[in-house]
Write a protein of this length. Sequence first.
Length: 46
Amino acid sequence: MTGRVEIAVHMTTLTILRNRFSLINCVQLTGKCFINWFRGACLQKQ
């Protein structure tokens, strides 16, 4: 039982590490979209 849990944790850690890069990319893209939207909103107010 303990061995299975360790394997599950190990696999989960690997998956998180692998997905971390795509997660960072996703956050950066979201940030860029938000900044562009914010700039657009500010420009429209002027």
